[in-house]
Write a protein that binds this ligand. Structure first.
Ligand SMILES: [Zn+2]
Length: 175
């Protein structure tokens, strides 16, 4: 059988299961936290936020942007949580953008045009997904999530920037 890139990871999985790493996991995240961040391999919240198994829900995409799909995911979790917690705060969504983000490439006209063609998307929508100034884009995304009618006011929303050079997260806004 051909060797696949996932093989070393599958080996780690067998060790994980053998050590019982999965046994204390719970379905409702123990930190009541929902993280939205970039898929960049340097930006893995299990590492830079020290998240253990079932500590948080995590959605990662290019740039860690609050897209319509991300809003739908938060709305879905809200609806499930509301059914078990009729009152009080539900959970916090932490949107985390980062320095040196590859999503900056979407600000480049030639790159963006080619990409828009490739995925049959509207170029102007894609321009909004660029992360050039992470403080600005995370502030924008927190506002986008906060103002969505699909998101309950019982959900807290915060915005942060992770610096890949210092390893530190800076909080930009909370709402
Ligand atoms: Zn990124």
């Amino acid at each position: 059988m051909t060797t696949l890139n996932i093989d070393p990871a599958l080996e780690r999985n067998r060790a994980f299961a053998a050590a019982g790493g999965h046994k204390d996991a719970v379905v409702f995240p123990s930190l009541r936290l929902f993280v939205v961040t970039c898929l960049d391999p340097r930006v893995d919240p299990a590492h830079f936020l020290g998240l253990g198994l079932s500590d948080a829900m995590v959605v990662r995409n290019v740039g860690g942007r609050v897209t319509p799909e991300v809003i739908n995911d938060v709305a879905f979790i809200s609806q499930i949580t509301e059914s078990v917690m009729p009152d009080g705060p539900l959970f916090e969504v932490a949107v985390i953008h980062h320095t040196q983000c590859g999503a900056g490439a979407l600000a480049d006209d030639a790159f963006r045009r080619r990409y828009a063609e490739r995925i049959s998307a509207d170029e102007s929508t894609i321009r909004e997904h660029a992360v050039v100034d992470p403080i600005q884009s995370v502030t924008h995304d927190v506002e986008r999530l906060r103002s969505s009618p699909a998101i309950s006011p019982r959900v807290a929303v915060s915005g942060h920037v992770y610096d890949v050079v210092t390893g530190l997260v800076q909080t930009i806004c909370r709402s």
